[in-house]
Structures are given as C-alpha cells and as structure tokens.
Design a protein around this ligand. Structure first.
Ligand SMILES: *Cc1c(COP(=O)(O)O)cnc(C)c1O
Length: 349
C-alpha cells in the first residue's frame, strides 16, 4: 500500500519525536528535575480504578487557582502542556508564529494539524527580532503566537518590552501564549500579573520541570472565554486520577518544590561559573534549569561524554555548535564538569 497517498501531507512531512532511551549513568538531556517526590501509597491506595477520573480536575484547579490568584474558570488542565499546545492549535487554527530556535512542539503540532507555521530567527543575543515579528504579524495575521520565556533551548527570557509590544500589536487579532515552563527558575517576574490587563494573553505552565514529569500535568491560564472554547476540544478525561491526586498532594506542601527549585538555581549558577572557566566552552546565561553551551566540536564532545556515561542534548542541528545540559544534583554536575573537561582535552575540541 502506498501510505503516502493516505496520510495527510503535513503528517507525512514530519519525523516522529525522538524520545529515545539512551542508557547512561548521568541523565542531563531532558530538563527534568533531579529531585522527585516519593511516598504516595496512602494517597493512591483508595483510588477506584474502575471509575473515570474527575473530568474537571476540580481539586487540582482550586490549588492552582489559589497559587496564581486566578479563578478555577481561568484554568484548563492538560496531559502535559504539550497536549495544551495541541488543543490551542486545534481550537484556533493557524498561522502559528514562533521564534527560532525554540521548543520544537509548536511547529510539529501545527504541521501535524495542517496549519501554516511562521518561524522568525532570534537575534544574536537570542532575543526577539521585534521588527521582523511585527512585519510578519501585519502581513500574515497569525492566530497564535507562541513565546517560550525562558526560552528552550537558549535559556534566556525575552525582553518584556518586546513581548508587551507583540501583545499590544495583536490585541483582538491573535492570542499570545507565553510558555512559562521554566518560569519557576527565573529571576524575572513572568507574565501572570498582566493576565487581567490583556484579553489575548495566555499563560502556559507545567509541573514537568519541577519534579513531576511523570505525572504529565500542565495548565493554561487565560480569560474564561478562551478557556471555554479550548475546553470543547479537550478530551473528557485527559488527566488521570493518579496524576491529579499526586499533584494535589505535592502542591499542597508548597515548600517542597520550592526548596528543590532553589537548590537547582544555585547549582545552575555554580555550573555556569565552572563551565566558563573551561577553555573552549562558551556557556550562555540561563534563567532556566539548563545551560546551553558552545564548543568547537559538538558532535565529538557529545559522543565522547556519552561514552563515559554522561548524556546531554546535542543541539548542533538547532543552534550551531551547541549542546544543552540540564542542571542535576551537585554530584551529577561534578561528574558532568569532569567529563566535559576530559572530552574537550581528549578530542582537542
Ligand atoms: C518541556 C517543555 C514543555 C513540555 O511540557 P510538558 O508539560 O511536559 O508537556 C513545554 N514547553 C517548553 C518550552 C518545554 O521546554
């Protein structure tokens, strides 16, 4: 059978997202937290496995609402924020505009759904090229604009003035989604406080980077008109009972994630200071739980570190010469630093 004739052309053009499990001692490739949460036996033991989960995730939404000073009707729960990106594009359609390089799922999902994508290169300091963006907005009238800030994989926050300019320029015309997956690690304020000022502003958050990637839980926070439309597209039981129960338990004890986030930020700053001392390594300042860094021979350094058990993400195809390392425990970071020094020396990279 000629599969190409059956499948939608956008889907055919894609390659499946690579979430390969590469065996390694120190896993620093996926921006996960090195600190997880344990001991939920008492929480999950009474879950009735024969019953569907709460379709509205009411308890969890109430906790999130309090945390962010919004109402439950301003929140939509997702099976990870990936699913919410899918729902947003399914609900509003394209064109879908985003800077480049950024989180790959905006482009992948838009293409899978047959929507046009508009990607605009970041400037040399990895900030938004505001003139190009405004020009393309005027010309192509995107429905959705995705801005990951802090941005993955570059680690920086975009300038707030530029983001605000985009939100104001597109009032009544486009939704601007600020993907704040890494906001908990940032010294900048984030856009949550501005939600009530701008009707076209949508904030996306996730529990994945703060120690709960296994739960697949993310949130959209926006005005209720937007939430109500996206909710029509949401699959009825998208967040399972176990994730709902465990997320509630962890978030009720707020100091736990907070403590780990602080530890990760301190380690990030220590890691950066040590990386900058290595000749041939150029790390970029980060507001997230990872550091992008440039080396002369990225592919060789990547392979050589992996051979010694340290897995980072090779970003060479996305940002020339670059690898991305997730901040781990102090011990993991020390192993990473040692192996990085070694591989740079050995390969003459
Ligand atoms: C990791 C990541 C996500 C995905 O989050 P999930 O909630 O795990 O689906 C979303 N946006 C950015 C920018 C990310 O880096």
């Amino acid at each position: 059978m000629n599969i190409k004739k059956f499948v939608k052309s956008g889907v055919y053009s894609l390659t499946a997202y690579q979430a390969k499990e590469i065996p390694c001692k120190v896993k620093l490739d996926a921006n996960e937290s090195p600190y997880g949460f344990k001991g939920f036996y008492n929480i999950v033991k009474n879950i009735e496995t024969n019953r569907y989960p709460d379709p509205e995730a009411k308890k969890l939404k109430n906790i999130i609402a309090k945390e962010f000073l919004v109402k439950p009707e301003n929140i939509l729960q997702g099976n990870g924020s990936d699913e919410l990106i899918y729902y947003l594009i399914a609900t509003f359609g394209g064109p879908v505009l985003f800077p480049e390089p950024t989180f790959s799922m905006y482009g992948i999902i838009a293409t899978a759904l047959g929507e046009k994508t508009i990607s605009i290169a970041l400037d040399e300091s990895f900030d938004l090229d505001i003139d190009q963006i405004i020009k393309r907005i005027k010309k192509e009238k995107p429905k959705l604009i995705f801005l990951s800030s802090p941005n993955n994989p570059t680690g920086n926050c975009f300038s707030s003035e530029k983001i605000l300019k985009i939100i104001e320029e597109t009032a009544q015309k486009s939704l601007v989604i600020i993907d704040e997956a890494y906001q908990p690690f940032s010294s900048k304020k984030g856009f949550m406080p501005l939600l009530s000022d701008y009707e076209n502003l949508v904030i996306m958050r996730t529990l994945s980077k703060i120690g709960m990637a296994a739960l697949r839980t993310g949130f959209l926070i926006a005005n209720a008109d937007i939430i109500n439309q996206v909710n029509k597209v949401r699959l009825p039981f998208n967040l399972n009972s176990f994730s709902q129960a465990i997320a509630c338990e962890v978030l009720k004890k707020k100091e736990l994630p907070g403590k780990y986030i602080n530890a990760i930020c301190n380690e990030r700053d220590r890691l950066f200071k040590n990386m900058i001392k290595i000749k041939g390594v150029e790390p970029y300042p980060s507001e997230a739980n990872f550091i992008l860094f440039k080396v002369e021979k990225p592919d060789i350094v990547y392979q050589s570190m992996l051979k010694n058990g340290v897995l980072v993400r090779n970003m060479n195809g996305v940002v020339k010469g670059c690898l991305r390392v997730t901040v781990g425990t102090p011990k993991e970071n020390n192993i990473f630093l040692k192996e990085l020094r070694k591989s740079i020396l050995n390969t003459g990279a």
